[in-house]
Design a protein around this ligand. Sequence first.
Ligand SMILES: C[S@@+](CC[C@H](N)C(=O)[O-])C[C@H]1O[C@@H](n2cnc3c(N)ncnc32)[C@H](O)[C@@H]1O
Length: 364
Amino acid sequence: MTTELGRLIARRIALTGPISIAGFMAEALGHPRLGYYRRVLPLGASGDFTTAPEISQMFGELLGAWLADRWLVLGSPAPVRLVELGPGRGALMADALRATRGVPGFHAALDLHLVETNAPLRDAQRAALLGFTPSWHERFDDVPAGPLLLVANEFFDALPVRQFHRTAEGWRERMVGLAPDGTLRLALAPGLTPFAAALPEAAAGAEAELCEAGRALAAALGARLGRDGGWALIVDYGHDQSGLGSSLQAVRGHRGAGILDRPGETDLSTHVDFAALAAAATTAARVRAFGPVGQGDFLRRLGIAARTQSLKRQASPEQAHAIDAALARLIAPDQMGTLFRVLALGDDRSAQPAGFSDTPSDTT
Ligand SMILES: C[S@@+](CC[C@H](N)C(=O)[O-])C[C@H]1O[C@@H](n2cnc3c(N)ncnc32)[C@H](O)[C@@H]1O
């Protein structure tokens, strides 16, 4: 049994022909009424996945300190647009703001902007950020001009990708079409793909993905940073170098699912190609990419061990155990520490920001 959205997509394909995987993802995640990121509360124990800020307050606190440090390096501009892409339930931003209350002038300078398409999540963000007055936007392009501090955790992995399969004749795009019984099914497009020039050489049988939306957003972000100044921090699961392979995965209720299963009720995500994001962002003048580095190294360099100790001093034995478990989840190489990568975008004349090398930043 498919969903209402599954039937709508099937009807569209019956009328106009097969659609790309990116077209399918855009509908399944972003359909205005029935898309996954429009209607359900995907996060937390009752949702489909748990993210770093939901695991521990330390994540948002340390990212907040990083952003405040970048604000100081920028010369404390006021106002500064503090932007989060896909803030989920608002935990990261709430922790970041609480942790930076003591930075003189920082909160007075902040103009808070949240890019979020999901109405229930906007409500959760409003509740988490009581005392602040964010503006919400559907798209990053709608954030007003001015110096920027931007953070995005697990946002880019939700953007649509095209998928390709290498046959003996060349690259073919994977499409979503219809089986004889009218249900959705995957099939390769006949004929050469117009995207072949953008794909690497590979042997028959290879797979590849291309995230045009991610590249376009990174380019817009880079252009904005080059023009108005500022810093961006992008955290996600992914890889440092562009390469072959398919990473699109479907999750429903903390379990793996089929990509075409129950559109609108199933989360779809991919591993982020950080090299492609960095290349797109740094086509802008005066913008440099720092990293990516592993989330574990990044948080360790920002002092997560000391923060763990200070939280544990006021904790019961059970709480202390939970704090240690959260620390391990965030930084252990076999958990989120290595798979999750952290990329910063900022001024190409700047020294390495905190977290990107073991040498303390000389600007802090
Ligand atoms: C995987 S969740 C991550 C949430 C949060 N950053 C965290 O770490 O807990 C993805 C977030 O991005 C939002 N989102 C997904 N696609 C979006 C899009 N195209 N435009 C704006 N927001 C989007 C979702 O509603 C959600 O808030």
